[in-house]
Design a protein around this ligand. Structure first.
Ligand SMILES: [Zn+2]
Length: 58
């Protein structure tokens, strides 16, 4: 499993409990992306806000 920012711990746990792989596969799957809960846009894990609609986690 790759190291994750503190804020992603709960999200990783959520995915793990649902049976999803949470470690990066190095491919081009959407599982390695953050998805904006507002507009559904996909962003890199390093993204801190949505470049599509401007949504940002607080
Ligand atoms: Zn968005």
């Amino acid at each position: 499993m790759a190291t994750a920012p503190d804020g992603d711990d709960m999200f990783d746990q959520f995915l793990s409990e649902r049976g999803h792989e949470t470690e990066p596969a190095g491919g081009d799957t959407d599982y390695n992306k953050k998805q904006c809960p507002d507009c559904g846009g996909l962003h890199d894990q390093s993204a801190s806000d949505c470049t599509v609609c401007g949504w940002a986690p607080r």
